[in-house]
Each structure stands twice: as C-alpha cells, then as structure tokens.
Design a protein around this ligand. Sequence first.
Ligand SMILES: [Zn+2]
Length: 114
Amino acid sequence: MNYQGSCHCGHIKFDVEGDLHSVKECNCSICSKRGALWWFVPLAQARFSTPESNLSTYQFGKKQIKHHFCSVCGCAPLGTGTFNGTAMAAINVRCLDNVDLSALKVKQVDGRSL
Ligand SMILES: [Zn+2]
C-alpha cells in the first residue's frame, strides 16, 4: 500500500510504500515531547516529492539519527538513520493521510533507557 505523507503546510511531501500494521511509541527525550508514532521502513521505500533540501534537521546525543522537521510549520514527519548498514526512515504516522490511528497496534519502546 502507498501512503501520502506531509508536514502541515506542504513544504515537505513524500509517499511511503509498505504495510502499516503497528507503530512504535518511544519514551526518549525527543519522542515524548513530539508525541510521534513511528513506523520504521527502509528509506528506499520513501520517495520525496518536494526537494530534500526542504527538510530541516535536528540532531543531538550521539547524532546517529536525523530528526527532520519543517522550518515553516514545525511538523516533524520523519527521521532517518542507518541501522545494521541499511538506510532507514522512521515515519511519523501522524503525518500520513488517511491512516486510522486507532486501528494501529502501538508498541512501547523504552528509548529513554538506551
Ligand atoms: Zn510545513
């Protein structure tokens, strides 16, 4: 299935291919403040329809994850990083269109302790 994603203002737009059944809710310092629900997919399954230079990026700690956000409207639709040698994307499913959040299985991740 193909999902359309964007920030609020449309400065960042992308689509993601895959089967979305469950998401991860993380209690680390940034995820808890953002309130994100993450869907992890290989970055190759995501395609941007706006220039990737539209992504503003925040990094902290070990700087292994790029937390992308829109500098215009402030939404944070995804993060990217390399995991076991594969470029991965963490999609914030709250920024995908036509997703029934109440139908998703939410797994808790203890990122705060990592
Ligand atoms: Zn925006």
